[in-house]
Design a protein around this ligand. Structure first.
Ligand code: SF4
Ligand code: SF4
Length: 333
């Protein structure tokens, strides 16, 4: 999958479509296989980027730990009876509580829209995150039960819930912290890349429902597909934290940003609002080169010249331009 971060609205339609489809059973209440974090931000779970996991440069496992329930966020409950039927009108409002009655201290998208920088140079962008279905998955190698496997046919990484015994070594090993523990079934669970849909030619729910049309789905080795072109031909889609060593198969087109405003209130186009160093920390040293290429192609398009890259990113025809191999309408199955 490729996410074009220039198009994400932060609407969370992807988050909710995944939640409604896959994580509605008992013990899954706190699970959000698809999330959209505001960057810069602490993310889901809180401060996951500092938790370790994955592989060191020498190929040895990088030490890590299992995220705490408080850092991921609990299964909140709301005072719906009071708000909707209590007759208190505007004297009350929806308030979340954890199942034990305590006040939540963190949750998915907790720091939504906070971002970074100081006014007038405040900035943020939205970054959707799912399991990266890595080529060298730390989760898979950490599992002593052999319960995690990567499918040969499409690279989807799955957990066999009959073999999983809830040891949670996978949660510790995954550097992206995209695995959840089901305390009712004593197993771990994560994004399954909607494999039952994919097998029928239907795009994953997060991608098909996305109104921003920024989630490209396809095979990396299909030279005519948008994924191959964005990752290998134009090289504008970059993996998140490649240094974690798991070889993720989710890629991001980095976000352009507005110019900084100087002390006199004038725009300075030589200084992007989102600091380049910050983006390099996420997507590696090629970020500047990629942003320059996107800017140049955007300008070409604005001058009325042809740009295959811009046409690909714009997605004129839905769904065939964005997931050409997954155009079946689920309503027709
Ligand atoms: S993102 Fe984490 S859970 Fe997903 S395949 Fe990679 S290591 Fe495993
Ligand atoms: S549905 Fe699309 S636009 Fe909305 S938050 Fe998700 S990825 Fe972004």
């Amino acid at each position: 999958m490729v996410f074009d971060l220039n198009k994400c609205l932060g609407c969370q339609t992807c988050t909710i479509s995944c939640k409604r489809q896959w994580t509605r059973e008992e013990g899954m209440e706190h699970q959000w296989w698809a999330v959209v974090n505001t960057m810069p931000g602490k993310g889901t779970p809180k401060d996951w980027e500092g938790m370790g996991g994955g592989w060191k440069a020498d190929g040895e496992p990088n030490p890590s730990r299992i995220p705490l329930r408080d850092e991921t966020g609990d299964a909140w409950q709301f005072n719906k009876d009071e708000v909707f039927y209590g007759g208190e009108g505007i004297q009350t409002y929806l308030k979340p509580t954890n199942p034990d009655g305590s006040k939540p201290g963190w949750g998915p998208n907790w720091d939504e829209d906070e971002g970074g920088g100081e006014y007038p140079n405040s900035h943020f962008f939205y970054m959707p995150r799912i399991c990266n279905h890595c080529t060298h998955p730390a989760c898979l190698e950490a599992c002593p039960r052999g319960a995690i496997y990567k499918r040969d046919e499409d690279g989807i990484v799955l957990i066999n819930d009959k073999q999983c015994k809830g040891f949670r070594f996978c949660m510790e090993a995954c550097p992206y912290k995209r695995i959840y523990y089901n305390h009712v079934r004593d197993i771990t669970q994560k994004c399954i890349f909607c494999f039952p849909r994919v097998e029928k030619g239907v795009a994953p729910a997060c991608a098909r429902q996305c109104p921003g049309r920024l989630r490209f789905v396809g095979y990396l080795d299909d030279e005519n597909g948008p994924i191959h072109k964005l990752v290998h031909k134009w090289k504008v889609a970059l993996p998140l934290h490649e240094e974690y060593g798991t070889q993720p198969n989710v890629y991001y087109v980095p976000p352009l940003s507005p110019p900084s405003i100087d002390a006199n209130g004038n725009a300075d186009p030589s200084k992007p609002r989102i600091p380049l160093e910050y983006l390099e920390g996420l997507f590696g040293p090629r970020v500047n080169e990629v942003l320059e290429l996107i800017k140049a192609e955007k300008e070409k398009k604005a001058r009325g010249e042809a740009s295959e890259l811009m046409d690909t990113l714009i997605v004129y025809k839905w769904p065939e331009d964005i997931f050409p191999d997954f155009t079946v309408d689920p309503a027709e199955l």
